[in-house]
Design a protein around this ligand. Structure first.
Ligand code: FRU
Length: 413
């Protein structure tokens, strides 16, 4: 079946135009990614302890409810954040196989109360639901974009599709938070095998990606998009000069299996049920397998494309930290260049390189993430699984600087 899907996708995209488009895709090259240094500007302070936001659950990738224009939304005076969660009956590593989305709400943007799973788990697509984004439209309908990961009846397999469901949320003093009017669950996009690698085209040991849809409304044209994590499509994995840049020595074997990209799909209707895949915004062929949870923040003429990545997903011969990486251009479909020279925007402190992960840059330079693993004041190893302190990031032209720290999971509109 996968082979059929791939060949029909080839038929709908003329080879010449996709080859052209892919040639123009900005690259994060091996040269760009060969010189990471931790500095005061990019290194988060140590975490020594934390308050568990939901003691019964592991909590990781998190995203706030936003308005169509990307600003942080409120429902009857309450902020809402959605997060991947799994019961602590599962192991920390096993949580990915059992992820469901739950919501949290807060009046002051600091003290979070746990809500529920805002959809019917039996109707949700995928064996489990992975990361996404959430937008409330002008009719108060919430569009929850997520990754349908695997298939319901197959156990925790790794096919990934971009999906959506809708519902409404309300708060009143008597009933607390309520979710109503649950809509259908729909698949919005699947890997085409041309711009975006299918599971069957994957080579190498790390799972392929077609996940983490992030809603983005273009501030100038009003056009709407999903930005997502992909890998470069096709079976020819030969690296181009642009993927390498100016580096010494031969490229280690197997580097070509690492082909992460940042994908984009354009909405074809206002109800956001139909999307068309476009060529990727950025590719990291030969550099990194996973450009996770990508998202764009616009400030005047500056477009910042952020993505998170892991040390273990860098291609052989490259060594980069678990971190938030950023790319700068002057338009959405611009010629993205790595910020700060290498792309590194936020790293963990040297003595706790896996302290936090899954940073997301929100309006006003607020950067949320979750606590992963750290060492406490006594040097004891601790698992997190809760909201990390929010960082304040200053963006100027193509540079960034961590300016301060706020509360755990703290956000303001
Ligand atoms: C990032 C991530 C996402 C994915 C989720 C799965 O932390 O790998 O790309 O949606 O975690 O748990």
């Amino acid at each position: 079946l996968t082979a059929l899907v791939v060949s029909s996708a080839f038929a709908t995209f003329p080879v010449a135009s996709s080859a052209e488009a892919v040639e123009d895709t900005p690259t994060w090259s091996r040269e760009d990614a060969s010189n990471f240094t931790l500095t005061d500007e990019n290194t988060a302070p140590n975490i020594d302890s934390f308050t568990d936001v939901a003691p019964e659950y592991w909590v990781w990738d998190t995203w706030p409810l936003r308005d169509r224009d990307g600003s942080i939304a409120k429902i009857n005076g309450y902020y809402v954040q959605f997060a991947l969660t799994a019961s602590k009956d599962y192991t920390w590593g096993g949580r990915h196989d059992h992820a469901v989305i739950r919501y949290f709400y807060s009046k002051n943007g600091k003290d979070w109360e746990l809500g529920t799973i805002p959809y019917d788990e039996d109707k949700a697509l995928g064996f489990r639901q992975w990361a996404g984004s959430a937008m409330i439209d002008e009719d108060d309908k919430i569009h929850l974009f997520y990754t349908a990961s695997g298939r319901k009846d197959e156990g925790p397999t790794f096919e990934q599709r971009l999906a959506k469901t809708t519902f409404e949320m309300d708060y009143d003093n008597k009933e607390g938070f309520q979710v109503t009017n649950n809509g259908e669950h729909q698949i919005l996009a699947e890997a085409d095998g041309v711009y975006y690698e299918t599971q069957a085209q994957k080579t190498g040991d790390i799972i392929y990606s077609f996940r983490d849809p992030w809603f983005f409304q273009h501030p100038e044209t009003g056009e709407e998009y999903l930005i997502f994590e992909g890998n470069t499509g096709g079976t020819d994995k030969t690296l181009e000069a642009d993927n390498i840049g100016n580096v010494d020595g031969p490229i280690p074997d197997g580097a070509e299996d690492y082909n992460g990209n940042v994908g984009i799909a354009k909405a074809e209707n206002d109800d956001l049920t139909e999307f068309e895949l476009m060529p990727p915004l950025l590719e990291a062929d030969g550099v990194n397998q996973q450009l996770e949870r990508p998202h764009v923040v616009q400030k005047g003429d500056d477009y910042y494309l952020f993505t998170i990545s892991h040390q273990f997903t860098f291609a052989p011969g490259l060594d980069g930290p678990d971190g938030l990486y950023g790319f700068h251009a002057n338009e959405l479909f611009g010629d993205y260049e790595p910020m700060n020279g290498t792309g590194l925007v936020v790293a963990n402190p040297e003595n706790d390189p896996f302290q936090a992960y899954s940073w997301a840059v929100l309006p006003h330079g607020q950067v949320i993430s979750f606590i992963n693993e750290f060492h406490d004041e006594n040097g004891d190893f601790q698992l997190g699984g809760s909201f990390a302190p929010t960082l304040k990031l200053k963006l100027k032209d193509d540079t960034s600087e961590i300016k301060g720290v706020m509360g755990e999971g703290e956000i303001h509109g």
